[in-house]
Design a protein around this ligand. Structure first.
Ligand code: ACO
Length: 153
C-alpha cells in the first residue's frame, strides 16, 4: 500500500541539495541542471522526505534528472509514487516521452524504473568512469556505464 504524502512544486532555493546528492554525487552537475528543472518536493506532514527534478529537453521529451527519497523513508512506495507523479506531470505538460538515466551498478533503481514502466533504450559506455573524478562502486559493481530508460507517455 502506498503511504500518504503530498508533492508540491518548490523553488531552487528551497531544494535540499544534500538529498539531491544522494542521487547524483556531483554537486556541480546538479547545479548545472537545477536552474532549468521543475523541482518537486514530497512531504509527509511537515517533513520533507523526497525530491524530483523534471527537465524539458524540448516540447516532446522530458527527463527525470534526479529522484531521491530520504533514507528513513525508503522502501515504503514513495519512490514509485514520485515516478508515477513524474509520468503524469510530464504528460500534463505535453511531453510524449519521459527519460530517466542511471548507472549500470544501480540494480535496485533499474528494477524500480522498469517496474514503473520504463524500458532500457541505450547504454552510454564508460559515461561515469570518464566524467566522475572518483570511482563509484555500488552492490560490489563498478559504476561505468550510463543506462538510459525511456517511456512513451
Ligand atoms: N536497492 C534495492 N531495491 C530498491 C532500491 C535500491 N536502491 N530502490 C528501490 N528498490 C526497490 C524496493 O525494494 C521496492 O521493491 P518492491 O516494490 O518489490 O518491494 C521497489 O524498488 C520500490 O521502491 P520504493 O519504496 O517505491 O522506492 P523508494 O522510496 O525506496 O525510493 C529511490 C527509491 C528513490 C531510488 C531511493 O532508494 C533513493 O532515494 N535512493 C538514493 C538516491 C538514488 O539512487 N536515486 C536515483 C538515482 S538515478 C536518478 O536520480 C535519475
Amino acid at each position: 500500500m502506498q503511504a500518504a504524502a503530498s508533492i508540491r512544486l518548490i523553488t531552487k532555493e528551497e531544494a535540499d541539495i544534500g538529498l539531491l546528492m544522494e542521487a547524483d554525487p556531483d554537486e556541480a552537475m546538479i547545479r548545472s541542471y537545477l536552474d532549468d528543472s521543475l523541482i518537486f518536493e514530497m512531504r509527509e506532514g511537515c517533513r520533507s522526505i523526497g525530491c524530483l527534478l523534471l527537465f524539458s529537453h524540448d516540447k516532446t521529451l522530458m527527463e527525470i534528472k534526479n529522484i531521491a527519497v530520504a533514507e528513513a523513508y525508503r522502501n515504503k512506495g514513495h519512490g514509485l509514487r514520485l515516478l508515477q507523479f513524474a509520468i503524469e506531470e510530464a504528460r500534463r505538460r505535453g511531453a510524449q516521452k519521459l527519460k530517466i538515466a542511471t548507472g549500470n551498478s544501480s540494480t535496485g533503481q533499474l528494477y524500480l524504473y522498469q517496474k514503473a514502466g520504463f524500458k532500457i533504450t541505450r547504454i552510454v559506455e564508460d559515461y561515469f568512469t570518464n566524467r566522475y573524478p572518483a570511482p563509484i562502486v555500488e552492490n560490489g559493481i563498478l559504476c561505468r556505464h550510463q543506462v538510459i530508460l525511456e517511456m512513451l507517455i
